[in-house]
Ligand binder design. Structure first.
Ligand code: CTP
Length: 209
């Protein structure tokens, strides 16, 4: 099970809160998993990426809530779940049924927390191998280790904004992988397809450790 892309949180019928995630990393993970022989469920937020093999079942969602529901539909039957989506942490408290007209000079939108999908799987998991992503800007390793423990993960993929060529919209990524035994592996800048291979090698290594 793989999540990918951004989520869009509606403000009114024509506006939303979103982010710049392209979905590339998640789609590369899905392709790599399929090429290794896995049956893949890919739950994706809005993305221009395409799936070209029937080994990948794509489930399109828009909001964090839809992603949460889709992920929970499939999780119990999965062996490995990798949550690479850039899920919105907050959504508008109220969605206007009508397009909001401009009136005063400023406006305030009240936001409320979305469900943390990854943390919810960490609570629910039985034998599944659970992988999360972390995007940190300071104390990266320490923060990623804390996230791994707090969300009950088996492996965390750390992206650093300090690294050029890494992150949203780029074709390349530079990651550090930390497993639940706190083994740290740093990788060089490479294509997201190659990063996906590194992640699966690490998953297989950790499962057999
Ligand atoms: N994630 C999720 N559901 C959310 C938010 C995040 O499943 N509502 C997942 C992402 O897919 C990713 C990881 O959690 O695997 C990223 O966590 P991140 O957003 O970096 O950290 P948070 O736990 O939200 O903490 P903070 O923003 O304070 O760093």
């Amino acid at each position: 099970l793989i999540t990918a892309g951004p989520t869009y949180e509606a403000i009114d019928p024509v506006r939303f809160i979103g982010n710049h995630s392209s979905g590339k990393m998640g789609f590369e993970l899905a392709k790599t998993a399929a090429s290794l022989g896995a049956e893949v469920y890919l739950v994706s937020g809005p993305s221009n990426e395409v799936v070209t093999t029937s080994a990948i079942k794509r489930i399109d969602v828009v909001s964090a809530e839809e992603m949460y529901n889709a992920v929970h539909t499939y999780f119990k039957d999965m062996d490995v779940a990798i949550l690479s989506a850039a899920v919105a942490d907050y959504k508008p408290k109220n969605i206007s049924n009508q397009k909001i007209k401009k009136s005063s000079d400023s406006m305030t939108i009240e936001l409320v927390k979305t469900h943390d999908i990854l943390a919810s799987l960490g609570k629910e998991k039985k034998n599944q191998f659970l992988v999360g992503f972390a995007l940190e800007t300071n104390n990266e390793i320490e923060n990623a280790k804390l996230k791994l423990q707090k969300k009950n993960l088996d492996l965390i993929v750390l992206n650093s904004l300090q690294d050029k060529g890494a992150g949203f919209k780029t074709a390349t990524n530079k990651v550090t992988l930390i497993d639940k035994f706190e083994n740290i592996s740093e990788f060089s800048l490479k294509s997201k397809a190659k990063v996906a291979e590194d992640i699966f090698n690490e998953i297989v290594k950790t499962i057999h450790a």
